[in-house]
Design a binder for this molecule. Sequence first.
Ligand code: NAD
Length: 387
Amino acid sequence: MYYGEKKIENPIRWAMVGGGKGSQIGYIHRSAALRDFNFALVAGAFDIDPERGKAFGKELHVAKDRCYPDYKTMFAEEAKREDGIQAVSVATPNGTHFEITKAALLAGLHVVCEKPLCFTTEEAEELEALAEKQNKVVGVTYGYAGHQMIQEARKLIEKGMLGKIRIVNMQFSHGFHNVAVEKNTASTKWRVDPKVAGPSYVLGDVGTHPLYLSEVMLPDMKIRRLMCSRQSFVESRAPLEDNAMTIMEYDNGAVGYVWSSCVNCGSMHGQKVRVIGEKASLEWWDERPNQLTYEVQGEPVRVLERGMDYLDDSSCTEDRIGAGHPEGLFEAWSNLYSRFAQAMDAADKGKKADFWYPDVHAGAEGVRWVENCVRSADHGAAWVDYR
Ligand code: NAD
């Protein structure tokens, strides 16, 4: 159980790039970072429009002289201050993540970057090497991973409760973009523009989320090869896909499947991970994140509930309110931001974090997976060796 105890000595002086007024994801970054007093928001370049960004910074109680017109000015000016920023979160459209994260690392800052970390494996490897060289943390906001039942799934599998793993069935398939909503919505318009969104739409936008959850649940399983078929059902989105089916083979003989979609009419989120072993299966669904089903062949389904004594101790350390009370995505993100802060604090003390969190390697893996999916899809859904 977590009661709000101090996790690090002093709050990390923190800034944001992007996440301005009207953005989809800015608020949850601030809410998650500020909730446990691990971070203090002291500066920002919140918006592509400098005036709008400064006005919004004022609303967030950021000092006027620390609301900057752009990230370059912010990194340069903050470096001159004794009380300058120590970490920055990047919540801008995809096409800017690589350059801003690289500049932040070079400026000696820890980073929390939105997914995708960048567009190519080459860029991802550059960021991995730079983070290592600079001894800085790069956290990536695969936010659903902060739900406590994801840790419980990991532990059930680790304890052998499912037996040998055979199948991992994943999906993140919502229905919100079944028609060309991008004609009227700015935040969807850039998502279907390859110059801003990168080489994919739904594979990167939604598919990488359950993929990362499966990496947390099954840390030892590695993809050997995959095939992917992608479609643009709203034709104007081509060459970017609004639907994709990916089949994967793992090196231990298991198989996996990821359905990524934004045209699944009627579906709210449709993010599910089902892991099937030789003895039993488990299933987690982000629309009921406080529950995890454990299904033994021939027995009634068991619905495990967040916060209960029968869970592994490690699945309850981030319980904030007790079982029965629903926790949600904001708590999951807060858990991740707390881990980011502790990892940053450990790095500053020359130590490595002894817990998992979506780090620079997880971000790189998402980029690698999308790249392989696109390579397969663009070669007629051919099997491609994972590289
Ligand atoms: P959005 O279009 O709603 O907002 C983008 C914000 O960034 C705006 O405030 C814009 O003014 C600002 N901006 C753009 N370029 C900038 C720049 N160069 N400098 C400073 N500010 C800049 O986008 P969004 O939906 O909030 O998505 C932002 C990122 O978050 C994307 O990469 C997206 O993939 C990711 N995202 C992640 C999740 C998740 O679950 N982790 C969910 C939604 C979005």
